[in-house]
Design a binder for this molecule. Structure first.
Ligand code: FES
Length: 87
């Protein structure tokens, strides 16, 4: 598992194996717009302020992936213990 921290509130949420970032945040009434929920469409793209995403989408280019400043929370996870999101 890993943690998501929201830059605006400073609140952290643990993302367990088997749940997506979108799912866990929705449980706390933080709705990220989604469409495909499979990493294909890019609708859910969210800015990453700190930490290293584990990109699981097929939407971002290799260059975009390498910058680690955005990710697709419908399916992607984290390589670092925490991801700070611009939310
Ligand atoms: Fe389509 Fe996340 S909802 S990439």
């Amino acid at each position: 598992s890993f943690e998501i921290k929201l830059a605006s509130s400073g609140t952290t949420y643990r993302i367990p194996a088997g749940k997506t970032v979108v799912e866990v945040l929705a449980e706390h009434d933080i709705e990220i717009p989604t469409s495909c929920e499979q990493g294909v469409c890019g609708t859910c793209i969210t800015r990453v302020i700190e930490g290293t995403p584990d990109h699981r989408d097929v939407y971002l280019t290799d260059d975009e992936r390498a910058r680690n400043d955005q990710f697709t929370p419908c399916c992607s996870r984290a390589r670092s213990a925490t991801l700070v999101l611009d939310l």
